[in-house]
Design a protein around this ligand. Structure first.
Ligand code: GRF
Length: 208
């Protein structure tokens, strides 16, 4: 049973998808050991509480020094004895000290098909505004390992989602969450927790 720690910043719909997947058995060999929020008002904290998952707030606003923030995040992760860290709508920047400590044990969900519409400044609705602005016909979501560069780690899973003529950033965001994020993030966690993900030369291999 691996200890999975989920890091959140907002509504926590990805956290909810993970909770539901553990409940319905599509994630096995995983214990949701803790939730770490970057702000005290994240609704994701209410979802954690409802399900009985312990939580901690490590607020970037409250800890102005980046190094001190990294140490506080590392302390929280150690407290939960994290085997796998999942960034689920997490918006704070994690320093190299953190990403090195959890190399190939930290994953992130990004709401586009990386390498499109990713990197610094691409988060939340901005990703979908950029996709609509470019006029792509297909977008989607990506689960990748986290390294010190934003959205640049080895790709684990991706799922495409068609863009519709009538889409606004909001309708596109919702469909990408429903049809892609909430499916591939739990799937990636289950694969990791069951030893089905290996990496060689920054390329991910999945044994089915
Ligand atoms: C959404 O923009 C989602 O696409 C991205 O993080 C944001 C909030 O996710 N992954 P959540 O509802 O807090 O999981």
């Amino acid at each position: 049973m691996l200890n999975v720690v989920i890091m959140v910043s907002g509504g926590g719909t990805n956290l909810q998808a993970i909770i539901d997947a553990v409940e319905n058995g599509s994630i096995t060999n995983a214990r949701l050991a803790g939730v770490i929020a970057s702000n005290p008002d994240a609704y994701a904290l209410k979802r954690a509480e409802k399900y009985g998952i312990p939580s901690t707030v490590v607020s970037r606003k409250a800890i102005s020094d980046a190094d001190a923030f990294d140490h506080a995040v590392l302390a929280a992760l150690e407290q939960y004895q994290a085997d796998l860290v999942v960034l689920a709508g997490y918006l704070s920047i994690l320093g190299k000290k953190v990403t090195d400590a959890y190399a190939y044990r930290m994953i992130n969900i990004h709401p586009s098909l990386i390498p499109s519409f990713c990197g610094p400044g691409y988060y939340g609705l901005r990703v979908h505004e950029a996709a609509l602005g470019y006029g792509v016909r297909v977008t989607g979501a990506t689960v990748h390992f986290v390294n010190e560069e934003a959205d640049a780690g080895a790709i684990i899973l991706q799922k495409p989602v068609a863009v519709e003529e009538s889409d606004t950033p909001e309708t596109l965001q919702r469909r990408v969450m429903e049809q892609a994020e909430w499916e591939i993030l739990p799937k990636a966690i289950d694969l990791f927790c069951n030893g089905k993900i290996t990496v060689s030369g920054n390329k991910v291999h999945i044994t089915v």
